[in-house]
Design a protein around this ligand. Structure first.
Ligand SMILES: [Zn+2]
Length: 110
């Protein structure tokens, strides 16, 4: 089933359902098969969307973490990158304005 987009099932299911409804009572089974395909496709699309969403979130989190780690290791570089606008807490990695004395998140001196 890999390679087939879930929305194909939704489309095919919808077509089969509508057509079998139009043809008549004896094709009622196809109507249910169509509905089944439609639901299956919708659920697959939903799950696929969730996985995509989660993967994206994980990557974004990783990037954030990497930025914080870079900022911890190379504060001067990070400051340059931020246009001299920010520094980072040594304890939690929270970004703080250059003039700040304490971290806004954990309260440790920055
Ligand atoms: Zn902090």
């Amino acid at each position: 089933m890999a390679g087939v987009h879930p929305l194909v099932y939704v489309g095919a299911g919808a077509v089969v359902s509508v057509v079998s409804l139009g043809v008549g009572e004896e094709f009622k089974l196809f109507f249910y098969i169509g509905i089944g395909a439609l639901v299956f496709g919708a659920i697959s699309a939903f799950i696929g969307g969730m996985q995509y969403h989660n993967a994206k979130k994980t990557i974004e989190k990783g990037q954030q973490k990497t930025q914080q780690e870079v900022a911890k290791k190379y504060p001067d570089f990070a400051r340059q990158q931020m246009g001299m606008q920010a520094k980072y807490c040594n304890r939690c990695g929270m970004q703080a304005p250059l003039q700040a004395q304490f971290c806004a998140r954990c309260g440790s001196r920055v």
